[in-house]
Design a protein around this ligand. Sequence first.
Ligand code: NAD
Ligand code: ZN
Length: 360
Amino acid sequence: MAHKNFKSIEKTVFGRGSFAQLAEIVAPIRERNQQYFVYVVDHYFKGKALENQLQAQPEDVIYFIDVDPNEPTTEQIDQLRDEILATKGLPSGLIGIGGGSIMDIAKALALMLTNEGSSVQYQGLNLIKKPGVYHLGVPTISGTGAECSMTAVLTGPEKKLGLKCDWTIFDQVILDSELTASVPTDKWFYTGMDTFIHCIESRDGMLNNAYSFAYGEQSLKLCREVYLGENAGRSAENDDKLMVASLMGGLSLTYSEVGICHALSYGLSKIFGEKHCYANCLTFQHLGDYYPEGVKEFKTMLAKHNITLPTGLSANWTDAEITAMAHVAYNLPHMWNHAIGIDWKEKITLDTIKDLFRRL
Ligand code: NAD
Ligand code: ZN
């Protein structure tokens, strides 16, 4: 088996208030292409204090993007790309400020500005032909690890699948946990649990190794402090910890893989448009036979933060919907391979997966 050979984020700033360094960081990049930057900012920040702290130049273009209720789509990226190129030409770079959805939009857009045709044709591994423009990510909610991953997940007409290659990785990230203070508590919980689940799934599978394990263990330790420890809950210190946990959880799965929860969750997102982190939580609670320790701990965290997840959902689903979700999940062989083993097809059939969905 060939060993994974991954690119890392080029440069990283970490620290409360570090967002103020943005202008200085991008100044040397402004020489490139048509000498302007495109900002993609989560719509939540429109009219908030952050809008006045963007440090944009007059020539820059700022898009405030509403990421609710839908996850980023191939159509949305293609449209934005066409609009940007038609108005001002190729920008010096892109700055993404927001959650996992905005991180993915920034990464996908950076690639699609230099690659012709629809993003649909690039959904998959190493299909992108040319490096994109410079792109910088500023996460404002911690958990998905999208700030460090080599994939920009997009929902297309056929698949929910990332544009995955070395060029997807950010050139720069700014990790300023002050920006996460305004995250509502339910989203703080669900998105943080994405990190927790990344670490469990990365560890409990075939591809676990000393490298992914070390990142995953450290990330889990931080998650436990944030959600279970003596000083659990919302605080500046915990916001710092969760931001690092998100990054390390992401790195852990880069060198390993996600598992059954993510495979099922992709089905839920594709068919019902359920948000990634929430879909993971809905699913993970029922996977105690696959991840006994992880699910037990997850339930303790739910109880500690008075979060009740709905159950009995599948009673309202048609067999066609369950089958469609099962197909999405079944078509993620790398996840099953990691979670179950190379002979997974002998143990997991479409019917097994349909039964897993019926647990929800
Ligand atoms: P998100 O970007 O969808 O945002 C969730 C919500 O939080 C939105 O309502 C947003 O407006 C709000 N929000 C964000 N920051 C805020 C702040 N500081 N204050 C108040 N509200 C704030 O959320 P997410 O859970 O981070 O990302 C989910 C997306 O990430 C999905 O589209 C999923 O496919 C993708 N994802 C990508 C990867 C990857 O490796 N590329 C990994 C996991 C998930
Ligand atoms: Zn995830």
